[in-house]
Design a binder for this molecule. Sequence first.
Ligand SMILES: *Cc1c(COP(=O)(O)O)cnc(C)c1O
Length: 374
Amino acid sequence: MIPIAKPMIGSVEIDSVVEAMRSGGLAQGPRVQAFEEQFAGYIGVSHAVAASSGTAALHVALLAHGIGEGDEVVTTPFSFIATANAVLFTGARPVFADIGEDYNIDSEKIMQAITPKTKAVLPVHLYGRPAEMKAIEEIAEDHNLALIEDACQAHGATCGDDCRKAGSFGTGVFSFYPTKNMTTGEGGMITTDNPGIAKQARMLRDHGSSRRYVHEMLGFNLRMTDIGAAIGMVQLKKLDQFNSARRMNAAHLTGELKHVAGITTPDDAPGHVFHQYTVRVAGVDGIRGGDCMRDDLVAHLGEKWIGTGVYYPIPIHKQPLYRKLGFEDSVPVAERFADEVLSLPVHPAVSEADLDYIIETMKEYFENHVEVKL
Ligand SMILES: *Cc1c(COP(=O)(O)O)cnc(C)c1O
């Protein structure tokens, strides 16, 4: 099987973990602090605050910005559920704005979604593809909104001509889950240039304490372990290499698949780090496309030992938990893309021979379908 994701753990990570364990420091300690400093340096911000997961980091980031009951947060319906759940955790209401061809929130739609209750905008750099941060940053400034970036799939992604890193425009949030571009096992990170936000985040992840056993506010235990940080520091050194392997694999796939009728390949934005390589499967000459064909293709590729992913088959506003918010039919692009997207293996462990096999299998599938139905 060619898996859809594979963590790249080598002997250096293993040695680093053993060293952390031998030191006796298992919970949050000096390794977490060192990892935070290195990560802040990599993203190009002055502060990074580690957390136990990307979800925890999103929750803490929103709370650090004072988001809560009665507030609205404009976000995308086309993401992992954690993005919107973090808004609900705070008591605020997620407001879904539709996406564009790049799978990310559409800045025009953000404008239309803003009300007097809007306190923050929460774009996601989905699949490692940077969102339109220049436009979104301007909207946030003009309307005095907090800007929180869900960069959980975009470690090292860059936006714009000056190549600023995702997570450095507003308050950045990262996940280090094993399928992401780099891992700590479970883990997350908040990045910011704002010392006040960093301070709030540090307290919120650790029982609201400013000093040991002094509790300023109601906080949580959402800390990262030194064992996780020991993995993360090694992974961070390899991140640029991992990302360039992903970009090369993506270019290889697009070079061949873009000629296949029925497949829409992803755009190759310069700073895209291809957390996922996602195509859309639309109808081919008289054949119904959408979820019917997509799901058939998923099954077919599975039979051929090619792992695939559908991120995400149900947009967030259509999830049972979110239906009562009433966004059905208001975000048609997200609804259509949810039926058409299909992600193919692109991670650094995918070989050139694997890519050729994936391409051949895809081409064969589409050729046969066209023949049968015409
Ligand atoms: C993975 C992910 C999260 C959550 O991260 P965890 O570490 O799994 O909690 C949030 N948002 C997006 C877009 C993600 O891909």
